[in-house]
Design a protein around this ligand. Sequence first.
Ligand SMILES: NC(=O)C1=CN([C@@H]2O[C@H](COP(=O)(O)OP(=O)(O)OC[C@H]3O[C@@H](n4cnc5c(N)ncnc54)[C@H](O)[C@@H]3O)[C@@H](O)[C@H]2O)C=CC1
Ligand SMILES: O=C(O)[C@@H]1CCC=N1
Length: 267
Amino acid sequence: MKVAIVGCGNMGMAFAKSFLQYDLVKRDDLMLIEKSADRSEALKAEKAGMVVDTIGPRVAEYNLVILSVKPQDFASVQDELKKVLQPQQVVLSIMAGIPISLIQERLAHKQVVRAMPNTPAMLGMGITGFAAADEVQIGNLRKVENLINATGRSIFLEDEGMLDAVTAVSGSGPAYFYYIVKAMVEAGKQLGFDESVSTLLVKQTMLGSYNLIQNTDKSLDELIKAVASKGGTTEAALRQFEAGGLAETLIAGIKAAQTRATELSKG
Ligand SMILES: NC(=O)C1=CN([C@@H]2O[C@H](COP(=O)(O)OP(=O)(O)OC[C@H]3O[C@@H](n4cnc5c(N)ncnc54)[C@H](O)[C@@H]3O)[C@@H](O)[C@H]2O)C=CC1
Ligand SMILES: O=C(O)[C@@H]1CCC=N1
């Protein structure tokens, strides 16, 4: 399979490297289209594929074209891409918010898949929600799914509208996790630990707790109860979180992310 990637930043390269790692795409069959000169130099040093700075006629030779520029930069690629796309090619967009219908219209192209991955894709541990235009041939959809699965796990969504919710929950999700980790590390520092000790305490706690979630029959409430002794320290912390509306704030933040994804879809 020949794959061209337009916009080779964090996510574009997470995809490229996963494809190479699982031998789903050969280096010679990977075209990396990147407009930033600095970024292009770094990509050339990585030798992950052929690096070019603009979309040219050769893109027509690739089975799949991945759009991984920022949503705001779609306008800067759409006209050049429209000129070269062939009907049998598939376009896979990972741009937040931009709906399939708008991509089809701007590119005058039918076979469009839209996906929302997250940054753990860099380790092959991502989760991606994806949806497809009715016009995407089933064989092509399967090939795209196989490629996405090289970056972690995936969920096919019949309802494309749910992709903005995927964006809000798991697409942006890693940042929420780091935010909480950062606050816990800061708390440890304020309690007297230096940064490295506090970071170790928090990171290992997160890792162990994640593995408990994955390896227990207990619900999240039961897991919380197993830590929070009656009249103990955890209860004191949880009471403070409740008083500050921490859960509601997190939920409101995630809803704001979904609203922003919907705004992005309107350009
Ligand atoms: N970063 C994340 O956690 C996630 C990002 N996304 C989506 O992935 C897309 C890319 O995000 P990142 O990789 O984080 O951004 P990034 O900024 O790291 O990468 C975008 C790349 O596109 C390049 N670019 C811009 N205009 C171009 C053009 N006309 N031709 C060629 N290259 C061009 C930029 O130089 C940059 O290297 C966005 O649309 C975002 O919504 C989706 C899921 C997660
Ligand atoms: O923040 C953003 O817009 C992108 C989409 C999901 C994660 N990063």
